[in-house]
Design a protein around this ligand. Structure first.
Ligand code: NAD
Length: 260
């Protein structure tokens, strides 16, 4: 088991990529915390893990709210004794051309992706430091941490920003053996992407099929979606890695869309 008894907080774990990461970490022996805005769905996800013999708890957390983040992390430490792994994964998508992008939506996007990553990191670091066992912080970036697409100014800006935060946390964390890395998935068929397909078709004036084939998968090597399992495998690698050799990095998992 790669994560034997390690306490792993996964934000946005009630759905999609985060949920699969939580399931994978639980199968590898982790004590998993499903932290999500949607507490009811988080409870269902935690219950599913417990029913399969794993260990999981659900906590209510709006990652943009400092008090909620701190309260939830304190509840985790009270229940499980510490924090070993943080996956900052919660995210949403809002698409508009720049000149039509409502400022409120811009601020919401930056708050969920960047404030959320900052606040959860800030809340977990003291517990990782005081335990003296090292730790792993994983940010859910995107190919859009490296590349831009039309209509996604806020998302692209936020996802690029995560790489800066990751590199800084990696430098500050070195002496405590706390590693930080970014996963950069291509398109994964989750509710977040299903919602975008009709929106992009409308905004770009093309069919939904063309959005999938040309916009989403057109630059992959094989026209295939990345899967939640693909992303969870990379998360497991970052979470379970045994030394500071793997820190400050961002790994693209995208069927070849964007090669660095
Ligand atoms: P999803 O919509 O399936 O799940 C997102 C989860 O985040 C939901 O459970 C939602 O309740 C939660 N959430 C939203 N706002 C929150 C908040 N303020 N506080 C706490 N939880 C909140 O989406 P997904 O596709 O699994 O996306 C997860 C992450 O992966 C996001 O950061 C996204 O940007 C990133 N990502 C997704 C894709 C993709 O193609 N699906 C590709 C690259 C990166």
């Amino acid at each position: 088991m790669k994560l034997d008894h390690k306490v792993c907080i996964v934000t946005g774990a009630a759905s999609g990529i985060g949920r699969e990461i939580a399931n994978t970490f639980a199968r590898e022996g982790g004590k998993v915390v499903i932290a999500d805005l949607n507490l009811e769905a988080a409870r269902v996800a935690a219950q599913e893990i417990e029913s399969s013999g794993g260990t999981a708890m659900a906590v209510a957390m709006d990652v943009t709210n400092e008090d909620q983040v701190n309260t939830a992390v304190a509840a985790v430490v009270a229940a499980y004794g510490g924090v070993d792994v943080l996956v900052s994964n919660a995210g949403v998508q809002i698409v508009h051309p720049v000149e039509e992008f409502p400022f409120a939506d811009w601020k919401k996007m930056l708050s969920i992706h960047l404030d959320g990553a900052f606040l959860t990191t800030k809340a977990c670091l003291p517990h990782m430091q005081s335990a003296g066992k090292g730790g792993s912080i994983i940010y859910m970036g995107s190919v859009h941490s490296k590349e831009a697409s039309a209509l996604k100014s806020a998302y692209v800006t936020a996802k690029h920003g995560l790489i800066g935060l990751c590199k800084t946390v990696a430098k500050e964390g070195g002496k405590h053996r706390i590693r930080a890395n970014v996963i950069c998935p291509g398109f994964v068929r989750t509710p977040l992407v299903d919602k975008q397909i009709p929106e992009q078709a409308k905004a770009l004036g093309i069919s939904e099929d063309e959005v999938v084939r040309k916009v989403m998968l057109g630059e992959t090597v094989d026209g295939e979606f990345t899967t939640v399992q693909d992303v969870a495998e990379v998360a497991l690698l970052f979470a379970g890695f045994g030394s500071n050799a793997l820190t400050g990095q961002s790994l693209v998992v995208s069927h070849g869309w964007f090669m660095q």
